[in-house]
Design a protein around this ligand. Structure first.
Ligand code: NAP
Length: 269
């Protein structure tokens, strides 16, 4: 790796959103560590980026649902002092009723969408904080804000990414380290090949290209945005949602049960 160029670690870089992040970050002058299971895809992307941008790429063919895979990426984050950006992008989810999902599929989705970004965020933060510099981009989903009968588990995992990310943003206050959480809506990728619902089932008008999604998210990153909803045109909708959430939380801070739950007996007591 060149000591003069910053390094970005991108998980799930073998296709879709992660591959576009890799390309855009290479164009911005980053060297890269690209992580996914399909080594041949990573090598092909690596050759393309070396040719187009002179990027030095380390490929890590790792299954992020395995302890061994996580340890390999954690090691990179802990030991390469040029790493200044982590993109926790790898994720998947079989869509369908919870009772119809195999235990193995459910466990793999939780491992990839929850455990992996948690482990890698925890591995990246100590060196970033020691240098008081660095950034993490966590790819959540609009399904963090919405559950459908076919998305219960997926929505739960992405809600975790959102809540975890927002808490870490608070932890990072006053430091030079920052975290952006990105909530894409439908994006045209291979995600739907494994999800069990084809992309063709969606109205094309509600599906974004991965290129548009990443370009919008990186524009927001450049502006220091903490929570990015690339497909939402009216940002006041998020501001109102978040203000209502904060007001609701404030209202929970009350040691007395709400009057509507007081029984006659309780009222008499
Ligand atoms: N597409 C959408 O509509 C949409 C919307 C909102 C959020 N998202 C989120 O965007 C992120 C990227 O998804 P995408 O749409 O770009 O889908 P994708 O094209 O299927 O990409 C998923 C990436 O994750 C990697 N991955 C999957 N399982 C892995 C494992 N066990 N270990 C390591 N890497 C693994 C895949 O590589 P290998 O198979 O080579 O391992 C691939 O590079 C995900 O977090 C997804 O939840 C997608």
């Amino acid at each position: 790796m060149s000591a003069s160029k910053p390094v970005a670690v991108v998980t799930g870089a073998s296709s879709g959103i992660g591959a576009v992040y890799a390309e855009r970050l290479a164009a911005r002058g980053y060297d890269l560590v690209l992580v996914a299971r399909r080594a041949e895809r990573l090598q092909a992307l690596s050759a393309k980026l070396a040719q187009a941008h002179g990027t030095q790429v380390e490929t890590v063919a790792a299954d992020l649902t395995s302890e061994a895979g996580l340890v390999r990426v954690e090691h990179v984050l802990a030991t390469n002092p040029d790493v200044s950006l982590l993109v926790n992008n790898a994720g998947n989810g079989k869509l369908g009723a919870t009772v119809a999902m195999s235990a193995a599929d459910a466990a793999a989705t939780i491992a990839l969408n929850v455990t992996a970004p948690t482990r890698l965020t925890r591995a990246a933060l100590p060196p970033f904080l020691a240098r008081n510099a660095g950034a993490i981009i966590n790819v959540s989903s609009v399904m963090a804000l919405h559950s459908l009968p076919i998305t219960s588990l997926y929505s739960g995992t992405k809600a975790f990414v959102l809540a975890f990310s927002r808490g870490i943003q608070e932890e990072l206050g006053g430091t030079g380290v920052r975290l952006q959480v990105v909530l894409p809506a439908g994006v045209a990728t291979e995600f739907y090949d494994q999800a069990g619902i084809p992309l063709s089932a969606f109205d094309p008008a509600v599906v974004m290209t991965a290129e548009d999604m990443v370009d919008a998210a990186l524009t927001a990153f450049d502006r220091g945005e903490a929570v990015t909803l690339p497909s939402v045109h009216d940002l006041a909708l998020w501001d109102r949602y978040d203000a209502a959430r904060a007001a609701l939380f404030g209202a929970t801070q009350n040691g007395k049960p709400a009057p509507r739950y007081l029984t006659k007996q309780g009222l008499a007591a």
